[in-house]
Ligand binder design. Structure first.
Ligand code: GDP
Ligand code: ZN
Length: 361
């Protein structure tokens, strides 16, 4: 990598003005940057202008962290102090995330766990065979809008579909303004449509249920067999996956792909902007309801119920909207309790620190 200037190296890793701006104060103090390519029990593998390094967070970062989301995740840009000879680095801080995918951390607590950061484009993969599920697509769209990454719908296994037009019409009814591409990864068909998303410095990720063909697609796009394709048994959508050693992978086209196991198990987490983006059609119908806070139940002058009756709005889509709204409300209540506890904890720490700092007289 020596023939490249530092700037070029960073650009090829996804560096841009946004990160450069936030890094400026650290640069003045002589720090370097790196991008996390793997997390392993709080040891991080990162790519940098000094090559690949193993990083550990400093005590200060640990001390100031109020939750898991304050620790580095795959795709994060981090402020480092490299020890090039040892191929190690200490991680001082995270640069703000341009986008993030998160889920509930395992266990009873409602803690946010970042599964991928700084994704520019997310391919929402749905198979065109019997697994095809438009309601699931809706959920993925919410997650995508919420993340800050731009969604692109990839309909896979085109070779197993004989009513493509009907499927496309269905997809277009929920994915307003989102690009849709039809591919058959197994046969390498339609993949050239995805090339424009994979250029230099672009970070992409794939989302979709197990068995829809994500690994096959990743293999084709990355031009290698680093992702072993799992065998999926008939009627069983739980494929097995072999883990790769790097979860941030460079693509031959110059882009980068984030492929973390967490991306595969994403469930709905806090979503507000995302929810509104995904249900734009319903939200805009609801603007015509007589009451601002219309619940679309029995209120007079409800435009949503009218739309269902006259067939403009599909009942199933409205039901899905209500169901997701309830799930989100439930999560929001739990998250609120956690945030309050974290805030209390933070102030406790600050108080202790202040008391220790008090000058002795
Ligand atoms: P993942 O779980 O989403 O990573 O899915 P995989 O890539 O492991 O694929 C699941 C199964 O679908 C494998 O048996 C693949 O060979 C098969 N598959 C993937 N892409 C296609 C395709 O375009 N057409 C057909 N017919 N099968 C495919
Ligand atoms: Zn209404």
């Amino acid at each position: 990598m020596n023939h490249l200037t530092n700037e070029q190296t960073l650009k090829s890793l996804g560096w841009n003005e946004y990160f450069a701006d936030h890094f400026a104060p650290y640069a003045e103090q002589g720090y370097s940057v790196g991008r996390i390519s793997l997390e392993h029990k709080r040891i991080y593998r990162l790519m940098s202008e000094h090559g690949e390094l193993l990083g550990e967070v400093t005590g200060k970062l640990r001390y100031e962290a109020t939750g898991r989301e304050d620790y580095p995740a795959v795709g994060d840009w981090v402020v480092i102090n490299p020890r090039v000879e040892e191929k190690k680095a200490s991680i001082h801080a995270l640069l703000p995330r341009k986008s993030k995918f998160s889920r509930k951390a395992a266990g009873d607590t409602v803690e946010e766990q970042i599964v991928a950061a700084n994704v520019d484009i997310v391919f929402l993969v749905n198979a065109l065979n019997n697994d095809f599920n438009i309601r699931r697509m809706e959920r993925y769209l919410i997650l995508a809008w919420e993340s800050g990454a731009s969604p692109v719908i990839v309909l896979s296994k085109a070779d197993l579909c004989d009513d493509l037009d009907a499927r496309l019409a269905e997809v277009e009814s929920v994915a307003i303004g989102v690009p849709v591409h039809v591919v058959s990864a197994e046969h390498g068909e339609g993949l050239e449509q995805l090339a424009p998303y994979l250029g230099e410095g672009k970070t992409i990720a794939l989302m979709g249920s197990s068995g829809v063909g994500k690994s096959t697609l990743i293999n084709k796009l990355s031009g290698s067999e680093m992702q072993r394709v799992s065998e999926v048994r008939e009627g069983d959508d739980r494929g097995r996956h072999t883990t790769t050693h790097r979860e941030l992978i460079r693509l031959p086209e110059g882009g980068l792909m984030i492929d973390t196991p967490g991306m595969r198990e994403l469930q709905l987490w806090e979503a507000d902007e995302g929810f509104r983006g995904a249900f734009d059609d319903i939200e805009s119908i609801a603007e015509a309801c007589r009451f601002n806070d219309c619940q679309h139940e029995r209120e007079p002058g409800c435009a949503v119920r009218e739309a269902i009756e006259d067939g403009t709005l599909e009942k199933a889509r409205f039901d899905s909207y209500l169901k997701l709204q309830r799930e989100l409300a439930h999560l929001a209540r739990k998250e609120d309790a956690r945030l309050k506890a974290a805030e209390k904890d933070k102030w406790k720490k600050i108080n202790v620190e202040m008391r220790q700092r008090k000058p002795k007289r």
